[in-house]
Design a protein around this ligand. Structure first.
Ligand code: DGY
Length: 327
């Protein structure tokens, strides 16, 4: 009889998801605290595993691969995979899978929420009421900026960018985008206009960063970039924290070079309560929850389960980052 494969899950998942994996594999799971699996445990489990069900907080690198002789698939619960050494996996024929598409609309909702929050000062307003500061109506109380009819500049025009552009059209916004490749179909369908990076930065009232972290995008947003933005413009980041030089963003905020920032991602996550960005009233900070609706997170988990199952059954997974392993 064939040996049942072993799947290691690096974070506690709902029972219904674990049971799906148990129907075709033996399962181990880091379930002792809601924190990333300790490195030593991950290394030990990887040695036995046919599949790893991973999160963005798990670095999957050469050290893991070296001893993971049985490993056939790493399924990351995210569209992004900057925690994984893809080349190392490809060299060994290990499939790296992710969860694109499913989270597009949910992440676009979050991005648009951040635009609304920073412009209309909603974080400040909630605190104001909670702290009992609301004593009378006042003409300019917490007056923010309009969103409708403004210019939104999207940096990184993938599916999430397009989904944000659809939302923006309902607010009659003028949408600009910058991307590695022009998207002529999106330009036609969504009435978005391409701009070189610098022009987009200068023209936008909201600069929304949705890029993945690559060698090209790392440290893309520097002080000089923020300085080129309008002083009334907001910077929103739902891509990856390391696309921004955080100390430069802090300086730009200190010097009033931009009007505020809405951030779902940071250079080093998680950030503590003493993080300098949290001192600014005009910064809204969220704990990397772009795709975190219950429906979407469960669908992402289902996709990872399906990807793992397919690879272990000798089939191609639904969403693979390194299809060249099949060539
Ligand atoms: C992703 O899927 O890459 C997101 O950052 C997770 O929320």
């Amino acid at each position: 009889m064939n040996r049942k494969p072993y799947v290691y899950i690096t974070r506690k998942l709902p029972e219904q998801i674990v049971n799906k994996i148990k129907s075709f594999a033996n399962v181990g799971m880091w379930e002792w605290e809601d924190k990333p699996v300790p490195r030593s445990v991950l290394l030990e489990e990887s040695r036995k595993a046919d599949a790893l069900f991973t999160m963005l907080s798990d670095p999957i690198d050469e050290e893991i691969y070296t001893d993971a002789k049985k490993l056939k698939v790493v399924a990351n619960l995210a569209v992004g995979y900057d925690n994984i050494d893809i080349n190392g996996a490809t060299r060994r024929g290990i499939a790296v899978c992710h969860t694109p598409d499913i989270l597009t609309e949910t992440t676009a909702d979050l991005a648009f929420s951040l635009i609304m929050m920073v412009a209309r000062r909603l974080g400040e307003a909630i605190e104001y009421v909670k702290k009992g500061k609301w004593t009378s109506w006042s003409p300019l109380l917490l007056a923010g900026a309009d969103v409708h009819h403004k210019t939104l500049g999207i940096v990184g025009m993938g599916k999430i960018g397009e989904a944000v552009a659809r939302r923006a059209s309902g607010f009659q916004m003028n949408v600009l985008y910058n991307n590695r490749h022009r998207k002529l179909e999106a330009e036609k369908q969504l009435a978005v206009e391409y701009r070189p990076f610098e022009a987009l930065i200068e023209e936008s009232d909201f600069v929304l960063c949705l890029t993945p972290l690559t060698e090209e995008t790392r440290n893309l947003f520097t002080y000089d970039v923020f300085k080129k933005m309008k002083k009334t413009a907001y910077f929103i980041n739902v891509g990856r924290g390391r696309v921004v030089v955080e100390k430069d963003l802090i300086r730009a905020l200190q010097e009033g070079e931009i009007a505020g920032a809405g951030l779902d991602v940071f250079e080093n996550e998680p950030i503590g309560a003493d993080h300098p960005l949290l001192k600014f009233p005009n910064v809204v900070a969220l704990p990397h929850i772009g795709s975190a609706s219950m429906e979407t997170r469960l669908a992402m988990m289902d996709r990872s389960v399906e990807n793992i199952k397919r690879v272990l059954d000798g089939k191609r997974p639904i969403s693979i980052v390194n299809p060249e392993i099949y060539e």
